[in-house]
Design a binder for this molecule. Structure first.
Ligand SMILES: [Zn+2]
Ligand SMILES: [Zn+2]
Length: 608
């Protein structure tokens, strides 16, 4: 087993300033697919590679996305010479709008990558304007003590690059997301094996390499295979409308659809906000070459024979509100699916999205259309290298040290085992987790150094707190048991001077709050007795009330709603008329008045 630092404890405190060591600091992307961010630090210089987001896990209720905790970088921002981007996928650029205003450092990336960053910046409406520096494969950039260079790699979005860094302690190569597609779309977008081999000849100290597909044997199929499958589908289903769902960012996929549509004399209807904006941007920048007359609006498509059109849309991951999902629910404004349609899901579910995709496929079949997905035909090709390709990269680069990146922990371990098979000694292989620090010294040795602060920041429209924060716990509790609000009016002697008001949301008591009223009253009275006896001080009264209600409801009903005590205290001169008059609200919001025992059925609400 290669070097792996277990446990999340920090090591011994680092010396105030460690001179002349090279630090590799992953702050995201290890042990997860998403929020890739790696810092490389030497003395007074830091460069950052990628700055991505991650989509939330199912239990992160209401969270839009997750970004890396960059506190470490904020504290050292005067040292940062730039953020260098491997490519324009969300898991590599998505955190920039939230991170770059706090770091205020230049950005470096290929033209499409930076255009996508700019698009995201506009989308989030931040007033901050980053300094964009376009770089191309073959170029190098001086960044403090580092020289940073770029090598073209094949991936599922144009302008993908590996990044190499010449440091005072040797060359570090970061593969970016890559595959070794020998028949790439456009013919010139393949991985530049010669430049990688040249680096290998020069001598590489450390390789960081994409681990996504380290469980897949063999080679990842070429993107061109997908084009051939599409052609077969267009040929076989001449009399049907074809609907293809794909990642909006997979512009190779889109350009293959356009070329084949033109050949089969079909017009293209683009649906889904991100599909339209990616294709527009790619056409503006020259990444897609398709005549404007190939495209039709949905109004134009309505007047055409269905088998003269192909619809390219979003929703290949079953994302709620995406084009395909709305169609499958018969909620799409422009498209109604039926038995004359053939739907192609041109993607594999990202881990975690399987259920969403499966539900979408089920609904599509219910609509009566035929659905083609990866089980049947090669309608998707991954953008990531499989094991044989990972071996080829290791072989070309011949690094002294190896660090797998971009993958769940099992992917990293499988990749490290592969490096071992390739002859890299165990002591030179490092499986890191986010926040671990790999330190290389001038004596040619590498070791784990003290961990740095790392983690996840949850974003819910605006930036929120830490992953472990109470927010998610509260949302989870609310989703399971609802909430009970109790309003108490007390006098100076800690006695109730009005009837308790009880209201609830999402709780079973919403339907029948009167039944448990005696229990709540008992619990509140017990808490007040404690205060009056001096056993509990008044400031602790809310938590005491929560505790007592929880005890009694738990015992009697096995129910644990969130409890919000709202306490008003009135002095001798105040009045409490409002509270006295108002009796208990009877779960009006539910529209279901409480049923008395001898009442046969509730009176219809609108007759009241
Ligand atoms: Zn990618
Ligand atoms: Zn990625």
């Amino acid at each position: 087993m290669p070097n792996a630092k277990r446990g999340r404890r920090s090591g011994a405190a680092a010396p105030e300033r460690t001179k002349h060591v090279l630090k590799i600091i992953p702050l995201g992307g290890l042990g997860e697919i998403g929020k890739n961010l790696t810092a490389i630090e030497y003395d007074d210089d830091i460069i950052v590679i990628d700055c991505g987001l991650k989509f939330p896990e199912e239990e992160m209720l209401g969270i839009d996305f997750v970004i890396p905790d960059v506190q470490y970088l904020i504290e050292k921002k005067h040292k940062i010479r730039g953020i260098f981007l491997t490519h324009g996928h969300e898991d590599h650029i998505g955190a920039i709008p939230l991170v770059i205003p706090r770091l205020d450092v230049p950005l470096y990336g290929a033209p499409l990558t930076l255009a996508l960053v700019e698009h995201r910046m506009l989308d989030t409406r931040t007033p901050y304007k980053p300094e964009y520096n376009i770089v191309l494969p073959g170029q190098t950039v001086r960044a403090g003590c580092f020289e940073v260079g770029f090598i073209r790699v094949a991936h599922s979005i144009p302008d993908s690059m590996a990044i190499y860094v010449r440091t005072p302690l040797g060359v570090v190569v970061h593969s970016g997301d890559f595959k070794l597609d020998m028949t790439p779309i456009g013919g010139t977008e393949g991985t530049d094996l010669a430049s990688l081999a040249a680096l290998g000849k020069e001598g590489v100290t450390l390789l960081l390499s994409d681990s996504t597909n380290s469980e897949r044997p063999g080679f990842t199929p070429s993107e061109a295979i997908v084009g051939r499958t599409f052609e077969d589908i267009f040929r076989r289903y001449k009399d049907r409308r074809i609907i293809i769902a794909a990642f909006a960012s997979n512009l190779y996929r889109a350009s293959q659809v356009f070329a084949i549509a033109a050949r089969f004399n079909r017009k293209v209807l683009l649906l889904g906000r991100s599909m339209v904006s990616y294709v527009e941007l790619a056409m503006k920048l020259g990444y897609i070459d398709a005549p404007p007359e190939l495209f039709v609006t949905s109004q134009e498509a309505d007047h055409m024979a269905p088998n003269r059109t192909v619809v390219l849309t979003t929703g290949s991951q079953g994302e709620p509100f995406s084009g395909l999902v709305l169609m499958s629910k018969a909620e799409h404004k422009q498209i109604r699916l039926g038995d004359r349609d053939i739907v192609v899901i041109s993607a594999t579910p990202i881990p975690g999205n399987e259920k969403l995709v499966s539900n979408t496929i089920n609904r599509l079949f219910v609509c009566g259309c035929d659905v083609i997905y990866e089980r049947d035909l090669a309608v998707h090709a991954s953008g990531h290298a499989s094991r044989e390709e990972q071996k080829i990269l290791l072989n070309l680069i011949k690094p002294k040290f190896f660090m797998p990146v971009h993958g769940e922990y099992r992917h990293l371990v499988r990749h490290s085992q592969l490096a071992l098979e390739m002859g890299i000694p165990t002591r030179n292989i490092f499986v890191l987790q986010n926040g671990d620090v790999l330190e290389l010294d001038s004596g040619g040795k590498a070791k784990f150094a003290a961990r740095v602060e790392s983690g996840s920041v949850l974003v819910d429209g605006v930036m929120l707190g830490e992953f472990e924060g109470s927010l998610l716990r509260e949302r989870k509790e609310l989703s399971e048991s609802g909430v009970l609000a109790i309003s108490l009016v007390l006098n100076d002697e800690n006695r109730l001077v009005a009837k308790l008001q009880i209201d609830s949301r999402g709780s079973i008591y919403g339907f029948d709050s009167e039944n448990m009223r005696p229990d709540v009253e008992t619990a509140v009275e017990r808490a007040l007795e404690g205060v009056r006896a001096g056993a509990v001080d008044r400031l602790s009264l809310p938590s005491e009330i929560r505790k007592k209600i929880r005890e009694i409801l738990g015992r009697n009903y096995r129910a644990y709603p969130g409890i919000i005590p709202l306490i008003s205290i009135i002095g001798a001169g105040d009045t409490v008329q409002a509270q006295e008059k108002e009796s208990v609200p009877k779960a009006k919001r539910t529209g279901r008045p409480r049923r008395a025992r001898n009442q046969k059925k509730p009176a219809p609400e609108r007759n009241q």
